[in-house]
Write a protein that binds this ligand. Structure first.
Ligand code: SF4
Length: 529
């Protein structure tokens, strides 16, 4: 940025995890402005990375002393660390809260005379789509400063705002007004800039419904989707980033899919044509209780969601070249909404059971308690949650009776997942494919971190799977990994270990009986004598 002598060289980027590890203290102490992006509108837990909390924000402001600190992002709507609560504040002394878009606020601060010295003189405003086009491309260089670079998922915003005439009781998207689409060329130009800075992992996110990108408002509650716009967008991204490794989507409105099945099927086929496998259309179902759907003006009745799930399964259910199904639905449920009763848990469970019994696949089921924000109809509601015990029980039941068999269907034992990144290890190495909604794989051995390996699926948990490196070097693998081979228990593992090394498959089959089933998953590395 040429404003006030700022160039790319003196813009620094730190994650809160880096700050927690004591990195960047020298930078914080000498810069002219600190910008903190914080907060979440959807509570969640992550393998790596815990969102910044209010104490940490205050600590940064203390280190900064006289340097102005601007805080923004989702936190402007209020701070909450978990679901089931009303958000609060944040009122932090010595920190300026950007009450609308932080990028616009910081830009105005840096371009208006005296803005840096007196942040209170700067107006709060939303940025326009043309501004984001300009800033997105110019700011693409920052990806190089991310500690995980080049393995960074870049979120591409196509629009924000909700085109529905009425809005769901808990949702903050209505604050942005009607859908405000970014031009296809502008999104593609941002991809081009990111790609030239080494980005290879993309997700088309932020928008409440990708199927409604550039949709035509005809006065109804749900606008008419425009498959041609999606084709141009995806094609443009692929042309701008020919060697991208991941291209995933995020949200889809099941009501759009159920209301316009033909257009939606065309869009789903376009997505599958241009994307990378392991993709998820995350659908905010929120509740399968018709009473709760009506009381909260939710977008879709259970039968609409079922239609949407069916359509996505039909188009995206085939396995892709990275081992995951091409495109599957994800479902989000929210508890604590208006009109909820004990019956709601029954409705929700029966809906999920119906999907399982109909041989359908759902990539992931998120179950949360509502987080209430000021300005939404939910904010007026009583904050006491009467069904906490039932909620916990319901979650456990879904994990055990739905998630587990669903995962077994999704990635059966013996499936080979490609390009799984080893991220964290404490005896078990936790790893994931880079994806919009990655599946967690636990490998029962300490493996070098920061590397991609292929993995054979060997077992299933409620929300994660167990796997072993593919192919497994039978002559050198540690006993725990040998014992994980499909069909090999402790006893057979002991026999395999006792008779090592094996020259080749004939040697193995000659020494031990019934070993044919492990041959697809192993290799024989023999040291030169
Ligand atoms: S949750 Fe409801 S209000 Fe919010 S963006 Fe989706 S359809 Fe619109």
């Amino acid at each position: 940025m040429a404003e006030q002598g700022i160039s790319n060289d003196n813009i620094h980027y730190l994650t809160i995890d880096q700050v927690r590890q004591g990195q960047g203290q020298d930078i914080l102490g000498k810069v002219g402005l600190i910008v903190i992006i914080a907060g979440m509108t959807v509570p969640g837990k992550y393998l790596r990375g815990t969102p910044i909390n209010l104490g940490e924000i205050s600590d940064i402001a203390r280190v900064a002393r006289d340097t102005p600190v601007v805080l923004g992002g989702p936190i402007r709507l209020g701070y909450g660390s978990q679901g089931g609560i009303k958000v609060a504040g944040p009122d932090l002394p010595g920190i300026t809260l950007a009450r609308e878009d932080i990028e616009a606020f910081v830009y105005d601060m840096l371009t208006s005379p005296g803005g840096l010295k007196d942040p209170d003189s700067v107006a709060h405003r939303m940025r326009s789509t043309s501004e984001i086009a300009k800033w997105g491309a110019r700011g693409a260089f920052i990806i190089r400063q991310h500690p995980d670079y080049p393995y960074v998922m870049c979120e591409l915003e196509t629009y924000r705002g909700c085109a529905r005439q009425s809005h769901c009781s808990f949702c903050t998207e209505a604050f942005y007004g009607d859908a405000d689409f970014r031009e296809i060329e502008e999104v593609v130009a941002e991809v081009e800039a990111l790609y030239s800075n080494g980005a290879r992992y993309f997700r088309i996110g932020r928008q409440p419904d990708l199927f409604s990108y550039m949709a035509k408002d005809t006065g109804g509650d749900i606008p008419v989707p425009r498959p041609k716009a999606l084709e141009q967008l995806y094609k443009g991204i692929r042309n701008a980033a020919p060697d991208l490794r991941v291209l995933h989507m995020d949200n889809a409105n099941p009501a759009t899919i159920a209301t316009y099945p033909e257009e939606s099927e065309e869009i789903a086929r376009i997505i599958v044509k241009y994307h990378t496998p392991g993709d998820v259309a995350a659908m905010g179902m929120e509740s399968a209780d018709p009473g709760v759907v009506s009381a909260n003006c939710l977008k879709a009745m259970p039968e609409d969601v079922l239609e949407a799930v069916r359509l996505i399964n039909r188009v995206g259910g085939a396995r892709g070249d990275n081992g995951m199904p091409e495109l599957l639905p994800g479902l989000n449920f929210i508890h604590g909404l208006k009109g909820e009763s004990e019956d709601t848990f029954h409705h929700n469970f029966q809906f999920l059971k119906g999907l399982l019994d109909s041989n359908l696949m759902v990539r992931r089921i998120n179950i949360r308690q509502v987080m209430s924000f000021p300005g939404t109809p939910m904010w007026q509601e009583d904050n006491t949650y009467r069904y906490h015990k039932q909620f916990i029980k319901f979650k456990e039941k879904v994990r055990k009776e739905i998630d587990l068999p669903m995962l077994e269907r999704l990635v059966p034992v013996g499936t080979v997942l490609r390009d799984v990144m080893c991220e964290v290890s404490d005896g078990i190495t936790f790893s994931r494919q880079l994806a919009s909604y990655p599946l967690l794989v636990g490998i029962p051995a300490a493996l070098p971190l920061g590397r991609f390996i292929d993995v054979t699926v060997t077992g299933h948990g409620y929300r994660s799977i167990t796997g072993i490196p593919y192919p497994l070097d039978i002559n050198h693998a540690v006993p725990r990994l040998i014992g994980e081979l499909p069909g090999v228990g402790k006893k057979r593992a002991r026999n395999i270990l006792k008779a090592r090394p094996y020259r080749d498959k004939d040697d193995l089959l000659g020494k031990l009986e019934n070993m044919e089933n492990i041959l697809p998953y192993i290799i024989f590395t023999v040291e030169n004598e």
